[in-house]
Design a binder for this molecule. Structure first.
Ligand SMILES: Nc1ncnc2c1ncn2[C@@H]1O[C@H](COP(=O)(O)OP(=O)(O)O)[C@@H](O)[C@H]1O
Ligand SMILES: O=P(O)(O)OC[C@H]1O[C@](O)(COP(=O)(O)O)[C@@H](O)[C@@H]1O
Ligand SMILES: [Mg+2]
Length: 440
């Protein structure tokens, strides 16, 4: 079987130790529900996509399956584990931490697990952060709360200092729970680990409420966050329908990808317009957004507009986008700009208007995971533990088309997941809202 280089997963070495889970794996075979270790998971999911590669079946790009192995690399009794959460909050962070700790301790018998506090700065002595001992008792009920018991942060830290801390604490496995920035940071850590000739596995559990990590079905916490967002859309709709010329305007998170705006709109089916970063729009002119909205309000008496924070940035004049500590762009406020423009435009045309502006902001990501996301987080945590104990490194675990897989970190950060303006999701949004295919 040929494995394309970018899909090959790196391992620390041969697995020689019997896994404590081996007795449960005896009868496992590849079925529609599970994939055995020796098998691979096809990268393409349609005949035409696979066929377009024009290569024999065994050379088709494929991913390593996730799941427990009969033989593992690390001896659980001697293994020390670190866990860190970085970047913005996301529902389910505590579920993942809990899942890692329970799987490591109960099923593999790992006895020393520590949590680094407040993201990558938790490794740096100058910040004076103590590590937190993570036991089943400590983590048992943390999933009841949103956030992360470890804390999180943005801002780059020196990979050499991070690996110094790993050496100081004799850590063999580091789990990083974070988004694209965190994964890039983890790749720097892997490079430094290798430079020193250490055998430390670094495994990621991808986190992003924006759902912008590619090659995975959907990121954990996304479903919870978009469910929270529907509350604001509903409130905007109630307000809009209760006032003459009522316009409910909702700004939602989503820097580069408008998934939250799209899915929460579909869930409520109350919105008349959705504006996302992936689909540019014009404001002015006969076919611009403002004129379309004016007609809608005059004809129907009210309207609901959902806008993702990264949408229409070209319209946010005079505000130079800044950068946060991690180097992410800080966008101008498209929500406030739209509110002002809508009022000005409708006033100028003598159309009565009552704009109600909603910015739920952090409220959608600070809540505990819903049951679906909790179950998903637990399964991701299990997959991450299996990968790490089997010596996999520089990988993230993910679910792709219902299968748990190992994705090399380099591939996971090679691009961003976007709403495809020519794809099914955006088509559904156009159907649900009735907005024109393009403004302008
Ligand atoms: N290109 C990069 N190289 C190394 N570390 C990075 C890089 N980008 C971000 N990081 C680090 O990863 C952590 C989280 O990144 P951030 O972008 O804030 O969140 P997220 O992981 O959710 O994308 C921060 O400590 C940040 O400094
Ligand atoms: O937490 P901050 O620094 O205010 O940043 C807010 C940003 O964080 C997010 O919630 C998620 O970003 P990350 O995936 O980089 O953590 C974005 O949707 C939002 O723009
Ligand atoms: Mg990010």
């Amino acid at each position: 079987m040929v494995v394309s280089a970018d899909l090959a997963v790196r391992t620390l070495g041969p697995c020689r130790i019997d896994s404590p889970l081996a007795p449960r794996l005896g009868a496992r075979e590849t079925t529609q529900h599970s994939v055995v270790e020796e098998d691979r998971i096809l990268f393409d999911d349609t005949l035409s996509m696979a066929g377009a590669r024009g290569v024999p079946l065994e050379q088709l790009p494929s991913l390593e399956p996730g799941g427990p192995r009969k033989k593992i690399y690390f001896d659980p009794a001697k293994t020390r584990v670190g866990i860190v959460t970085c970047g913005g909050l996301c529902p389910g962070l505590n579920d993942v931490i809990r899942g890692l700790v329970l799987e490591l301790s109960r099923h593999y018998g790992v006895r020393r697990i520590v949590g680094f506090r407040n993201g990558y700065r938790g490794f740096i002595p100058e910040f004076g952060e103590d590590v937190l001992d993570l036991t089943p008792e400590v983590v048992m009920h943390i999933d009841d709360e949103g956030g992360t018991i470890l804390g999180t942060s943005r801002g780059k830290q020196d990979p050499e200092a991070i690996v110094d801390a790993l050496e100081r604490l004799n850590i063999n496995i580091l789990f990083v729970i974070g988004g694209d920035g965190t994964i890039r940071g983890a790749m720097d850590v892997v490079a430094e680990v290798e430079r020193r000739g250490l055998k430390v596995a670094v495994v990621g559990i991808p986190k992003t409420i924006d759902n912008d990590i590619p090659y995975i079905d959907q990121s954990f916490g996304f479903q919870t966050a978009m469910s929270e967002a529907t509350k604001s859309i509903h409130a905007a709709s109630v307000e809009a329908r209760s006032a003459p010329g009522g316009i409910g305007l909702v700004k939602l998170m989503g820097r580069h990808s408008g998934f939250i705006a799209c899915y929460s709109t579909l869930a409520k089916d109350d919105a008349d317009y959705v504006l996302i970063p992936e689909v540019p729009f014009t404001l002015d002119g006969e076919h611009g957004f403002l004129e379309n909205l004016r007609h809608r309000v005059q004809e129907r008496g009210h309207a609901v507009v959902v806008v993702a924070e990264g949408a229409g940035q070209e319209h946010v004049e005079g505000e130079e986008p800044g950068r946060d500590a991690s180097g992410n762009v800080r966008f101008g406020d498209i929500g406030r700009l739209l509110r002002r423009k809508i009022v000005e435009h409708l006033d100028a045309h003598g159309v009565e208007n009552n704009v109600r502006y909603f910015d739920p902001s952090y409220a959608i990501r600070s809540v505990p995971a819903n049951p679906y996301d909790s179950a998903y987080c637990l399964r991701l945590a299990h997959a991450a533990v299996h990968a790490a104990m089997a010596g996999r490194t520089e990988v993230i675990v993910a679910r792709r088309r219902r299968r748990f897989v190992h994705i090399p970190m380099a591939l996971a950060v090679s691009r961003r997941n976007h709403v495809d303006p020519l794809g099914d999701l955006w088509m559904s949004v156009l159907e649900a809202t009735g907005q024109p295919v393009r403004f302008g």
